[in-house]
Design a protein. Structure first.
Length: 564
């Protein structure tokens, strides 16, 4: 998102701090210095409507819900929202809001933690910021190995599609806003009050809400671009746009050798949607870009995916809002058969059941003591987070793994991405909104398994899209195929063949072999007491001698070293 950082001087000793970036807004009080900037679409500031002595800074893309409809807040709406803290907490979208007063700073974030602040306190001051790069530049924090364990065993190697079962930062002495958190920054220190996400008890029509959320940027007159594929998750959104005559353009990112690309181009051609293909080569990959990618997103992200840094600025050249089908799988039984455990185990679902699904033991290059601390940290964080889960008897239905996913995956997988993307273009993800996800919990098992929301929306809004096949990367199948059939077909297809994504990992590691070996001999790494240097050398030697079983280990090392 557009960025913010600030200093709260606890002792009143105002050490002059130079501006780190060119700011859109600056605020200076007796105790604090605050700077905010970036994309004007996602960074705004105004005087508090009920207290002229206070200023409000809004980062990101907050959305207000009115029944089953949605709007962007205007001045009148902000006056109502800021009159009641509970109304503020009910905002959809992804956002951080700061209220700047004379002697304290209040900070709030959205209920699913798609946005956050990193906060570090010492004896003299409190520093906070919205970006990892700013945190590292100013605080140079060290890794907290227990907290890092939740990331290491949940997200490494960085090709895994899981998440960290924690809401803590993995940096020592650094706190962060979790789900729906209120932070008070004052001379007495930092106070954090976190609210655990739960489905709303109100009942609404999910299809109407999906339609209105999808059309929101169109009604607001914004130029939109749809990330178009041949898959299922984006197709209901395309159906909504086509049924309502929305002006849009489409982009397909990746390889033009896939079924995904061919079907996306066919859909765009049939309905005269301006279509742009951006290949991996055009988006660009370089060693410097990979370093920036990890520095902005943190450990756990795949450096081979750094071409996204070239993708979003290209979209922003012609669009204000990027429409993504990302997280649409949440409505299609995101974890497939693993979630059946919640139906079987019900209220007896324990941290072991979730841990058995999430836990991974990636090939380690750390000394045994560090490995043990990370292992303990994973289970400690998991137990702590599971202890905050409700009894299934108090749930609309017992999909506890889904609830755990909603509480943790957006934060771990998307929060750092959105923070960077919003500097260029608003990433609008209709599926990943608190109010829509709440209604998701009313869907029965069969409704989810049969992709009820997706297929009903397509059939009612624009059934002509049913004539196009469903794709999954290089695979293609008739529209009537359901997700289980596609998963089975994918498993059979890739039994003896690497996914394009995995092949790209090895291409990256081979192309930048000299950089990786140079990184290994950087003093930051050679003097790292947490690393088993003999084991690390064995991993690198084996991989570059042709052992592809070490791909994940080498990617993990690169990500750790760059993120450190």
């Amino acid at each position: 998102m557009s960025w913010i950082y600030g200093y709260y001087h606890k002792q009143g000793n105002r050490t002059s701090m130079p501006a780190l970036r060119t700011a859109l807004f600056e605020f200076h009080t007796a105790n604090a210095d605050i700077y905010a900037g970036g994309n004007p679409q996602t960074c705004q500031s105004f005087t508090h409507p009920h207290d002229p002595s206070r200023h409000v800074v809004v980062l990101g893309n907050p959305i207000i819900r009115n029944g089953e409809d949605f709007n962007y807040p205007d001045n009148t709406a902000w006056s109502l929202i800021l009159s009641d803290e509970e109304r503020l907490k009910s905002l959809d979208g992804h956002w951080v809001i700061l209220i700047i007063a004379g002697d304290e700073i209040l900070a709030y974030n959205d209920s699913m933690c798609k946005r956050t602040l990193y906060i570090q306190e010492d004896s003299d001051r409190i520093f906070w910021c919205s970006e990892l790069a700013l945190l590292k530049d100013i605080c140079k924090p060290e890794i907290d190995w227990e907290s890092f364990g939740a990331y290491w065993h949940g997200m490494f190697p960085p090709t895994r599609l899981y998440y960290a079962p924690t809401q803590k930062s993995y940096f020592k002495g650094v706190q962060m806003l979790g789900t729906g958190t209120k932070a008070v920054i004052a001379a007495t220190g930092i106070t954090l009050q976190r609210t655990e996400w739960l489905p709303s008890k109100s009942i609404h029509n999910l299809e109407n809400m999906l339609k209105n959320m999808t059309l929101l940027p169109v009604r607001a007159g914004k130029k939109i671009c749809v990330g178009l594929t041949g898959g299922m998750d984006i197709r209901p959104l395309i159906a909504i746009y086509l049924a309502n005559g929305a002006k849009l353009q489409a982009v397909h990112f990746g390889s033009d050798k896939t079924a995904d690309f061919r079907v996306a181009r066919q859909i765009a051609s049939r309905y005269k949607i301006p279509f742009r293909f951006i290949g991996y080569e055009e988006s660009g990959v370089s060693w410097e870009q990979a370093k920036l990618y990890i520095q902005s997103r943190g450990m756990g992200f795949n450096p081979a995916a750094c071409d996204f840094m070239g993708y979003y600025p290209k979209i922003a050249q012609d669009s204000e809002v990027y429409i993504s089908g990302y997280f649409g799988e949440l409505f299609r039984f995101r974890f497939m058969m693993a979630h059946l455990k919640t139906l079987v185990l019900g209220s007896h679902l324990t941290y072991h059941a979730i841990g058995n699904y999430l836990y991974a033991n990636p090939p380690s290059f750390f000394i045994p003591e560090i490995a043990r601390r990370m292992h303990r940290g994973f289970w400690s964080e998991l137990r702590s987070e599971v202890s905050l889960m409700p009894d299934s008897g108090k749930m609309l239905n017992p999909m506890l793994m889904h609830l755990f996913y909603v509480r943790h995956s957006p934060r771990a997988n998307n929060m750092p991405n959105l923070a960077w993307i919003d500097n260029h273009v608003i990433d609008h993800m209709p599926y990943l909104q608190s109010s829509l996800v709440s209604e998701h919990f009313r869907y029965g098992f069969l409704k989810q398994l049969n992709e009820g929301l997706h297929r009903d929306t397509i059939h009612r809004m624009f059934p002509a899209l049913e004539t196009f096949p469903i794709t999954l990367s290089e695979l293609c199948a008739p529209y009537h195929y359901r997700q289980l059939a596609m998963k089975l077909k994918m498993r059979l297809h890739y039994r003896n063949k690497l996914l394009i994504r995995l092949r790209r990992d090895d291409v990256f590691l081979q192309e930048y072999k000299s950089n990786i070996l140079e990184l290994r001999h950087d003093t930051l790494i050679t003097q790292d007491a947490a690393i088993d240097h003999k084991k690390l050398d064995q991993i690198l030697d084996a991989y570059y001698a042709g052992d592809k079983n070490r791909t994940g280990a080498v990617l993990s090392f690169v990500c750790y070293a760059m993120g450190k």
